[in-house]
Write a protein that binds this ligand. Sequence first.
Ligand code: UDP
Ligand code: MG
Length: 321
Amino acid sequence: MIPGWIKRVSVVIPLYNEEENVEELHSRLSSVLTTQPFDYEIIYVDDGSTDRTLELLRGIASEDAHVLVLSLRRNFGQTAAFAAGFDFARGDVIVTMDGDLQNDPKDIPRLLVEIEHCDLVSGWRKDRKDPFLTRRLPSMVANWLISKVTGVELHDYGCSLKAYRRDVIKNLNLYGEMHRFIPAVASWYGVRVREVVTTHHPRLRGKSKYGMSRTIKVLLDLITVKFLQSFSTKPIQFFGPFGLASGGLGILISAYLTLRKLFFGEHIGGRPLLLLGVLLIIVGIQLIGMGLIGEMLVRVYHESQKKPIYVIKGIIGKKEK
Ligand code: UDP
Ligand code: MG
């Protein structure tokens, strides 16, 4: 059963050149949502489409009071489009999905049932209908890597069909191509994540907006997420050990060479080891320096913007005024 506290649901859908899909999408989505026990709004975010997407959305909005259309000035990318939608969403639960009919609106109620037991429900395209070599294979590798590195174990990070409790979304800041890492980022806040198997359809109309190059972007974002997850409030702890190891080894090597020069009168000027020693010392100083600059940035970031380094779920007992 869909939990009683869900009074309103916001569905956020990014659209970039999906003129062949919007009308079908809206009718399928509406047919699911109108039969539900909650009120709803659909937020279509037109991500700078150059085809008739926006025009069609205008038509839909003029006929359906549940619809809000956000039109971005240019193509900012899927993550930014989601973020824009989140800023306007007023539902108790916010559902995201793709606008190309690859996700099935019929799965939405199942996500909402599951969210009773957690804060974020992620779709799992178990039987995914995308080309194997260019899409599913890179995804498999990426999913495995992301779950190992972030420690949030999901089968399918790339699935756009997700449901979030309102407060999860309001605590998030999204950058780059980060939307697939929301579960990982949110887990930092102690958000409980669950997975639901969802239907996936092949893309029948319109073109996919991504190719193999996305794999590299995902990899780089993964590094960012991992770093932020583990060391964002203590960068010296990340850079420091490498700096100490490098600097320490450099000093040992240099001391050894100095001894040979002083006591045995050896010529050390042409020895490769000398270069290595000097290099390691410089790298060590650089790394420690980076850690210290990072520490200063953390303080500037948190103190100037009053950003907490913790998240409170609730307060129990009397609060003194
Ligand atoms: N999309 C977007 N902005 C972009 C790229 C994609 O809003 O810059 C939308 C697109 O219209 C679709 C969804 O994001 O609704 C997923 O895109 P796509 O189907 O191309 O990705 P795939 O399913 O191939 O991973
Ligand atoms: Mg798609």
